[in-house]
Every structure is written in structure tokens, then in C-alpha cells.
Design a protein around this ligand. Sequence first.
Ligand SMILES: [Zn+2]
Length: 167
Amino acid sequence: MNRSPFLVDVSDLLGRDVPARPVVIDVVVDWALEMSRILAEPALVAHLSIGPVPGGILVRGEVCYAVEHTCRRCLTDFIDDGCNPVTGLFEVGPGEDAYPIEGTTIDLESFLRDETLLGLPLLPICEDSCVGVVTTPETGLNTDSPSDSDDTGSPFAVLRDLLPPED
Ligand SMILES: [Zn+2]
């Protein structure tokens, strides 16, 4: 059998008055956004609590992963890791805000993929001080600043000092 690691049998929970039980999902995934890719190594790990609620199953917990981002400013790839709190509702039959229960099984893949990717930054930046790809300054920037014409007050004065000297 080649059973998906995301499938969890909830026949012991459905419609019963029993406490939630822990489930750990430890799996290699191939999930990505435009600027970010979840790494295969180390594997993604989700520590979940799965319990019955009226009409379905409530899944709560945390998903942790390593991710490779492409910096939005300088286009350098860099590795980061993170954990997101996750909460999802699974219901029998189609629901607008719930994932489906198939028979007595829930498939956590869509849920965990959604929650993981939603937790990633839309515009990853390698570090706060990243000045990005240096391009020719365009005229017209910051020209309508109402006051503070003092050059030492410019935030770009700090950035200039961080740049390596040109050969
Ligand atoms: Zn950068």
C-alpha cells in the first residue's frame, strides 16, 4: 500500500464525545509560491490535535518547515525556517469554510498546504538592510517631501554608508 501520509482515520472521533488526540505529520512536501519553496530537507512537521466537534472534526496545532526564499529586493536565494499556528474544520459533506471528510478519513494535505503557504511572507526580504539591486536613481523620487530638506535626515544616508566602497 502506498497510503498518503496526510490521511488520518477519524472513525474513533466522528460524532463521539471523546477528547482530542495528538497526530504528528512528518513529511517531505513540494509546495511553493512564486518567491518561496518549502525545502525537502528537513521534512515539514505538523504537531496537531484532532478532536470531534458537532458535525465534524477540528484540527489545531502548529506546522514547522524550512523554506528557501528569493529576496524580493536583491534576488538572492536564502534559507529561513518558521512555524505557523494552524486551525482547520473538516465536515461531512461540502461546506464553504470546511474541508471535506471522506467517509471516516480526513486528508490533511490541502489544509496543511494552505496554512503553510499562507504563513509565508508575500515579499520575502533577505534582511531589513537589504538595499537590493543597485540601479540608477530616478529623478522625481522624494521631491515632494514637505519639509526636512536636511540631508542628514535622509534614511538613504544610512544605506549609503552600508554599501561597500567602489573600486
Ligand atoms: Zn536581499
